[in-house]
Write a protein that binds this ligand. Structure first.
Ligand code: UDP
Length: 328
């Protein structure tokens, strides 16, 4: 076993799991542009081969194959590969406990074995469940309401103990509602469940209307409120987390803009940006949806020096729209 040895090279050798997915591909692209040497690992179960930046070496494989890759010697891992559909996690929890937790444990073991010093992990606000108060800080109770959130929380716990015992410099980033795109890198899920890409599919003529899941929530316009964060701002936080991670410590940061927008406001913004009427229809509430989720990201602001620069919902939607039109 090799002890982790941390240096802060300008050019790090990084493994990005899930590098063919939405957030993984945007982060891989930004890391390459920042001068790092990036290897993307993805089993293409939900990712797209053509989403991997050309400058990355691509390895088709599962997270469980990471050991063979890390044996080559890496400065860090950014771990995005995961199953992330809440409804699927309720119906098929085994996919989440095996695909998210067991696979991540194998990754941690591989890092320990090969002395990989840094880890940045894609965690989620779903670990908090229904919040007792908003905005949500990192001190809020962890009470996930679905297996997706529970499996991400379990991995956070595992990372914490590996960091303490084995000296890994680790950061978990708890994403709120990630949206937007970065040029040719964007959201392209075969099974799309997220609000902004679905609304834009209506504007593209791929759907007749958007269903609004409940108009009777305790919010000003009756629709749910979420904190939408631009994927490029999110990627910038990953770069900072990677560089500033401390050996033997597991740090945890919420990533959001600290501002909430209702489903109705999102649809209205999409109408303005696309010029399309976007018909909407009220539908029953979606099980497990909290009324309001807004992040307190003060810790990331103070400790990482991170400030979102694309917090304007119109900018987020405009970038998502440009990407949606590009892929059709
Ligand atoms: N939503 C909706 N119609 C849809 C998809 C989502 O009304 O077709 C609502 C959903 O109930 C939630 C918000 O949009 O209040 C954001 O949902 P999304 O799935 O994008 O992200 P989540 O907050 O669940 O992570």
């Amino acid at each position: 076993m090799t002890q982790p040895k941390i240096t802060q090279p300008d050019r790090m050798r990084l493994l990005v799991t899930g590098g063919a997915g939405y957030i993984g591909s945007v982060c891989a692209a930004r890391l390459v542009e920042a001068g790092h040497d990036v290897v993307a690992l993805d089993d293409l179960s939900t990712g797209h081969r053509d989403a991997v930046p050309a400058a990355c070496r691509f390895i088709e494989g599962t997270v469980e194959d990471a050991g063979a890759v890390l044996a080559e010697g890496f400065d860090g891992v950014l771990h995005f590969a995961a199953r992330s559909l809440v409804a699927e996690s309720m119906a098929q929890p085994q996919r989440y406990w095996l695909g998210n937790v067991v696979a991540s444990l194998r990754l941690l073991e591989a890092m320990r074995e090969h002395g990989t010093p840094r880890l940045v992990f894609s965690s989620t606000a779903a670990t908090y469940g229904e919040p007792a108060s908003v905005p949500i800080t990192e001190e809020a109770a962890n009470q996930p309401t679905n297996p997706y959130g529970a499996t991400k929380l379990a991995i956070d716990h595992a990372i914490g103990s590996y960091a303490t015992a084995h000296g890994i410099a680790a950061v978990s980033l708890r994403y709120f509602n990630v949206a937007g795109a970065y040029g040719r890198y964007g959201e392209r899920h075969t099974v799309e469940t997220h609000l902004i890409p679905l609304v834009l599919q209506v504007a593209l003529g791929r759907r007749n209307k958007i269903m609004v899941f409940g108009e009777d929530w305790p919010t000003p316009d009756g629709t749910c409120i979420r904190d939408y964060i631009h994927v490029v701002d999110l990627a910038d936080a990953h770069e900072r987390a990677l560089v500033q991670a401390v050996p033997g410590e597991h740090r945890l940061y919420n990533l959001g803009n600290g501002t909430g927008f209702s489903v109705q406001q999102v649809i209205d913004t999409c109408r303005q940006i696309t010029g399309h009427p976007i018909p909407a229809q009220c539908a029953p509430r979606r099980p497990g949806d909290p009324a309001v989720l807004i992040a307190a990201s003060d810790r990331a602001h103070c400790e990482l020096g991170w400030k979102p620069e694309r917090a304007d919902l119109a900018v987020i939607v405009a970038d998502a729209w440009e990407f949606a039109r590009r892929v059709g």
